[in-house]
Design a protein around this ligand. Structure first.
Ligand code: AMP
Length: 232
């Protein structure tokens, strides 16, 4: 639903710091995009930032490339530094949506420590509970724009023009790590850390489970309604 980024009825949030948790293919990136447009807070995706570093062949890009191609996590210190620097930027002062970070309990602890120093904290962690069959279907049909990071699906959310990004007219690609073998590895890596992460946020009482099986539109509507009623 990339066109929602042009939404004119963006509601400025009054401090909304969200973490989106869930397996690859749960729809975190898609929701982060539309929530970011709606509440005018940046969508911070560590995957997008790292892929850009790889494309631009920066020092960090060269360091993380092989981890990403194998579907493994890149070292914690690299991603944590990226996130801490990014949330310190002025556009994140009223809030942000973290997508793909933290990926394990250690990262969650580092994040809290860094935010504590700035006297802010995560308000809500949305856990996208998603069934395996939905994940596989989503990832195999997923296409992304390498330039503006818009996300499409060949069947559920195709671009208007075949394989061309609606927003910036770049040619869409399938992510290398969306191929079947790497997907299996990424799911296993995710599963290994899931329990620790959920447990960590459960004890902080900020975890909210949502259904990653819902269509993007339905989930967005339900999230907006719940934020309106009870805040983030
Ligand atoms: P994603 O786009 O979130 O699926 O991330 C793609 C890849 O980037 C992952 O498979 C990891 O190799 C790397 N990555 C993204 N976020 C993190 C993170 N928080 N910690 C470690 N590696 C990450």
């Amino acid at each position: 639903m990339p066109e929602s980024n042009n939404s004119k009825k963006g509601k400025k949030s009054n401090g909304m710091r969200l973490v989106l948790l869930g397996p690859p293919g749960a729809g975190k990136g898609t929701q982060a995009e539309v929530l970011s447009a709606e509440y005018e807070i940046p969508h911070i995706s560590t995957g997008d930032i790292l892929r850009e570093a790889v494309r631009e062949e920066t020092e960090i890009g060269k360091e993380v490339n092989s981890f990403m191609e194998r579907g493994e996590l890149v070292p914690d210190n690299i991603v944590t530094e990226i996130v801490v620097n990014r949330v310190a930027k002025p556009d994140a002062s009223r809030g942000f949506i973290l997508d793909g970070y933290p990926r394990n309990k250690g990262q969650a602890e580092s994040l809290d420590k860094a935010l504590e120093g700035k006297k802010i904290r995560i308000d809500r962690v949305l856990y996208f509970k998603t069934s395996q069959s939905v994940i596989i279907k989503r990832l195999s049909g997923r296409r992304v724009c390498p330039k503006c990071n818009s996300i499409y699906h060949l069947k559920n959310n195709p671009p208007k023009k075949d394989e061309i990004c609606d927003r910036c007219a770049s040619k869409l690609l399938q992510r290398k790590d969306d191929k079947e073998d790497t997907v299996k590895k990424r799911l296993a890596v995710y599963k290994e850390a899931e329990e620790g992460l959920l447990g960590y946020y459960k004890t902080k009482n900020i975890l909210k489970e949502v259904s990653g099986d819902l269509s993007a539109e339905k989930l967005f509507r339900s999230l907006k309604a719940s934020f309106k009623k009870e805040g983030p």
